[in-house]
Design a protein around this ligand. Structure first.
Ligand code: GCB
Length: 588
């Protein structure tokens, strides 16, 4: 799905700002048709933001169920005769949208965009009432999954099997967009590098019209290739490539024919990604991933996108010498990927399929969660498939994205896991044959894992010295190295350690470097690094986590997860300086 743009034929109006807002703890809104008038008892809520922490009440923080957003929207008078859509960059986790009394769209899945066509509903020059109900419930058939308990006093309590707070709401921008009636619906680009030359394969999908012209321009605007067909290959001799640390972008300009022609300009990074033996190659060069698993997480705004925080986080990634990150554990805002494209940061792009492992959930959630494969059914897999397809549809053209991660830490020990994942891996490859596919594997040795052979890169989340052999880094070092060598022997594929780390409470120091101190966090990371430097097939190190982040309540979470090398407000812990010493020397 193309991102809204302003071009000679397209306009967009941002609908961010304060919206009327109401929690709906008694589920009255749908029955009472709250979309048909002003929201009863509404307060004000900023968009984009998670709603949870803004009102400063426990009720809002812990709300389970529907919340309502509403505002008036004016359709510009000049949009007569044009196609008009409302676009939501994200609504976590599912939403229904009304324009006045008419339902105009619904979407399931909290991290991918959707559009509502207003063309037949909205009168240019007039105003309308946009109402959105957003449901934050996670169920056994949602991605990510969860369970809603109804307590004896009638309250709902949400359980989930992943380790970050279930922030929800309108997390990303909302747009009102217009295009001609005949418009460019989609563009798909893949690139190939052969020596100094490159090929750009493209496909344009036009609704009710024809492609008139496709022009590839270099960053300085110079034309590099041109075509007049809807699909084809553009030869680019002596191409300047997109590469890590150097986000060189071309631009593919597409124009349709006719009087009311549509125009769209897609940024294109020419680069090639390949797995060769135990190497991960970008443009034929071995790439070593240095960076983090992260979260979209900030005080008060939760998962709400914010350019200030985004640019600052990228500045810190640069300061520390990181060249990559994983969008753990869901697709991030498109602004983030565009920034990574422009600055040459490498991204492993992950679906929201986190917590398909109720055995781990047992340690996170008190109670006795059911066994994963008893609870997961065809609807879960259908939602997972949709999550993969929507992720690829949204992010396929980003040069920064070099690999798809289709799940984080699913149960990969039981035969059911293989049966469940085989068709999903196939679907990911069908959706995008140009990128490798992986999943982030939970602490399971290779002889217990039943599905890693289906994937291109072995991605391991490892907590030796923390959850395993807690406090004993000598054993951690020995066991980690032995295990990695076993993966090399059995699979011979590149290995990225996609998570390793220790909780550290900022300011807690100790000469004896006990757990939860900044010193232990440093010592643990250094232990892992010694092992990585001895095992050739390790092509990546992603520390868990970039910054401390909010989680649900739990006896082993002290005001959230403290494995950040930065605090939640982005102050460096000792580990940040240690990583900078390691990564900067290599980078400079
Ligand atoms: C993991 C998960 C991550 C958690 C982390 C932890 O394995 O992938 O979501 O936050 O461990 O800190 O326990």
């Amino acid at each position: 799905m193309l991102r809204p743009q302003e071009t000679p034929s397209r306009e967009r109006v941002g609908l961010n700002g304060l919206w009327a807002f109401a929690l709906d703890p008694g589920d009255r809104g749908r029955a009472e048709r709250w979309w048909s008038g002003p929201l009863p008892g509404a307060s004000e809520m900023p968009v984009p933001a998670s709603f949870n922490d803004v009102p400063a009440t426990r009720d809002a923080h812990d709300h389970v169920g529907d919340v309502w957003y509403q505002r008036e929207v004016r359709i510009p008078a000049g949009w007569a005769g044009r196609r008009v859509v409302l676009r939501f960059d994200a609504a976590a986790h599912r939403a229904v949208v009304w324009w006045n009394d008419a339902e105009v769209g619904r979407h399931d899945g909290g991290y991918t965009p959707f559009e509502c066509d207003l063309t037949g509903h909205a009168r240019p020059g007039g105003t309308g009432r946009v109402t959105v109900v957003v449901d934050n419930r996670l169920t056994p058939s949602s991605i990510p999954p969860g369970i809603v308990d109804v307590l004896p006093d009638g309250r709902r309590r949400q359980r989930y099997f992943h380790d970050f707070f279930n922030y929800a709401g309108l997390h990303r921008a909302v747009w009102l967009c217009s295009t001609p009636r005949s418009y460019v619906r989609d563009i798909t680009v893949t690139t190939e590098v052969t020596g100094a030359d490159a090929r750009v394969h493209y496909r344009v999908d036009v609704v009710d019209g024809r492609v008139a012209e496709v022009v590839l321009r270099d960053a300085d605007g110079a034309e590099r290739a041109r075509a007049t067909t809807a699909a084809g290959t553009l030869e680019v001799p002596d191409a300047t490539l997109w590469r890590p640390g150097h986000g060189h972008l071309h631009r593919l300009e597409v124009r349709t024919d006719g009087e009311d022609a549509d125009e769209y300009a897609l940024p294109v990074g020419i680069r090639e990604v390949k797995v060769d033996g135990d190497r991960f190659l970008i443009n034929g060069e071995p790439f070593h991933f240095r960076g983090f698993g992260r979260h979209e997480d900030n005080p008060v705004r939760g998962k709400g996108h914010d350019d200030v925080h985004m640019v600052h986080d990228f500045a810190l990634l640069d300061w520390i010498g990181a060249n990559s990150f994983r969008t753990s554990h869901y697709p991030y805002a498109e602004e983030v990927l565009e920034y990574a494209d422009r600055h040459g940061i490498v991204v492993i792009d992950e679906t929201p399929a986190v917590g398909l492992n109720f055995e781990i959930a047992h340690t996170l959630v008190p109670g006795d969660p059911p066994h994963i494969w008893a609870a997961i059914d065809d609807t879960t897999r259908a939602a997972h498939l949709r999550a993969i397809q929507e992720l690829v549809a949204r992010d396929k053209n980003h040069p920064s994205v070099v690999m798809w991660s289709i799940a984080n830490e699913p149960d990969s020990a039981r035969p059911e896991a293989r049966t469940y994942f085989e068709p999903l891996v196939r679907a990911a490859r069908e959706a995008d044959p140009s990128r490798p596919v992986c999943f982030a594997q939970v602490q399971l040795p290779p002889d217990k894992d039943v599905m890693s052979d289906l994937f291109d890169v072995i991605c391991l989340n490892r907590y030796n010295g923390w959850y395993v052999d807690t406090g004993d880094l000598v054993t951690a070092e020995r066991e980690l190295e032995a295990e990695l060598r076993e993966w090399v022997r059995l699979h011979g594929k590149p290995i990225i350690v996609t998570e390793y780390g220790a909780d550290a409470i900022a300011g807690v120091r100790s000469v004896a470097a006990g757990t939860w101190t900044e010193d232990y966090q440093v010592a643990l990371l250094e232990t892992f690094h010694r092992v990585f430097d001895r095992v050739d097939s390790v092509v990546g190190e992603h520390v868990w986590n970039f910054a401390d982040f909010a989680t649900g309540y739990g006896v082993n979470r002290a005001d959230g997860n403290k494995k950040g090398v930065f605090t939640r407000d982005r102050r460096p812990k000792a580990a940040a300086f240690a990583l900078r010493r390691r990564w900067r020397t290599e980078a400079d």
